[in-house]
Design a protein around this ligand. Structure first.
Ligand code: SF4
Ligand code: SF4
Length: 372
């Protein structure tokens, strides 16, 4: 199992092109994964329509480099996603990816229509409801962003695939998989079902702190890639300065034997020795697996951090619209959470445009938490 990390100090196109080329070359070139004439869906992270310098979305020049590689291999590149909020065309326009599609003369797929996919081999999910476009392409390449994530610890190549769920179905997964480890198992099944042929991660400028939306941009100067997304994410996590095998998806992938332990992954490339000190999200500490599950269920409120709205709240209502169990009401121009209904999915923190959602640990969580 191999991961390549290529140094890349800026989004100046020739540098991006060289780094992406270094990564693919390490695996024998993109031609080892796609054939001429195939329709190849490039899946960037387009969480929200924010400018590239906010580091919320995959940088458009990284998408351009992958598009050109796919073209050079004689295949047909397409770009698609279902953003966390907002319509795909508008989001792609704001984050610069629509312009790349236009300039490169390729199609932007909005993932508006869902379709059922049977997956009998799934360990947690036997049937996914995903974008129709997935059934109309031959190959998928995940082109993610290196970011922290309040719920999953980090987001890279694997979590990026959650965007294959069209808008309304995302909340359903949060309702069904409320514990971190259950959600991570669903993501693991999802990645094994979609099976992208390659995973690239844009870490030229990543995000630290309260990602995936409200953290701070952090320059890392690296592009990572490989054909096993779990391995790419584990190497990325270690580079960020976190314990790679403690992240919920990595824990699941290791337990299922679909990724090798970190020490057995061959890390190559000009950036293989890079390490950073990313600030973790407020809620990176998870007690999953360390406390008997019946106790966690009984004392759910005390074993998980709860979202608390600070004075930045403008009462815009976006959190209320996206809260899976409808636990948020807007009262007197302020979001108010019903903690009896709240499932601690942190979608509100992820999507709040005003960075108004803080995560406060419960008493028992503080008591058991290693970081205190
Ligand atoms: S918490 Fe954020 S998303 Fe929710 S109403 Fe306030 S400003 Fe809007
Ligand atoms: S209030 Fe926030 S954390 Fe709680 S269920 Fe709603 S979106 Fe999830």
């Amino acid at each position: 199992m191999k991961v390549c990390a290529a140094r890349c100090s800026s989004y100046h196109y020739p540098e991006i092109e060289a780094a992406v080329n270094e990564v693919f070359s390490e695996f024998g070139g993109i031609g080892a994964f796609i054939k001429p004439g195939e329709r190849v869906l490039i899946k960037p992270n387009m969480l929200e329509g924010l400018p590239p310098e906010r580091a919320v979305t995959t940088h458009p020049e990284v998408v351009r480099a992958v598009v050109r590689h796919v073209k050079k291999a004689g295949a047909i590149p397409l770009v698609g996603d279902s953003p966390g909020t907002g319509n795909t065309e508008r989001v792609a326009g704001r984050c610069g990816i629509a312009q790349v599609c236009q300039e490169e003369g390729i199609e932007l797929l909005p993932f508006a229509e869902a379709k059922d996919y049977s997956y009998p081999e799934g360990r947690t999910i036997k049937r996914f409801t995903l974008a129709r476009e997935l059934s109309e392409v031959d190959k998928v390449i995940s082109v993610a962003k290196m970011k922290t994530h309040s719920f999953m610890g980090i987001t890279g190549g694997i979590k990026n695939l959650f965007g294959f769920n069209v808008a309304t179905t995302k909340a359903q997964y949060h309702l069904r998989m409320q514990k971190r480890d259950d959600f991570a198992a669903m993501l693991t099944d999802l990645a094994l079902f979609i099976k992208p042929v390659f995973f690239l991660v844009d870490g030229v400028v990543g995000m630290e702190g309260n990602g995936p939306r409200n953290g701070k941009p952090k320059k890392a100067g690296v592009i990572l890639g490989g054909d096993n997304g779990f391995a790419v994410d584990m190497v990325m996590t270690k580079m960020m300065g976190f314990e790679a095998d403690k992240m919920p998806v990595a824990r699941t992938a290791l337990a299922w034997g679909v990724v090798a332990p970190l020490k057995e992954i061959d890390v190559t490339g000009s950036g293989k020795d890079l390490t950073f000190n990313f600030t973790p999200p407020d809620n990176i500490e998870s007690l999953d697996g360390r406390i008997p599950s019946f106790l966690v269920r009984i004392f759910q409120n005390q074993f998980t951090a709860r979202p608390v709205m600070n004075n930045n709240c403008t009462g815009c209502g976006r959190c209320a619209r996206h809260c899976p169990p409808k636990a948020i009401k807007i009262e007197n121009r302020r979001a108010v959470v019903d903690y009896e209904k709240c499932i601690r999915c942190y979608c509100c923190q992820e999507l709040c445009p005003a960075n108004a959602v803080e995560l406060k640990e419960g008493f028992l969580m503080r008591l058991f938490s290693r970081k205190k």
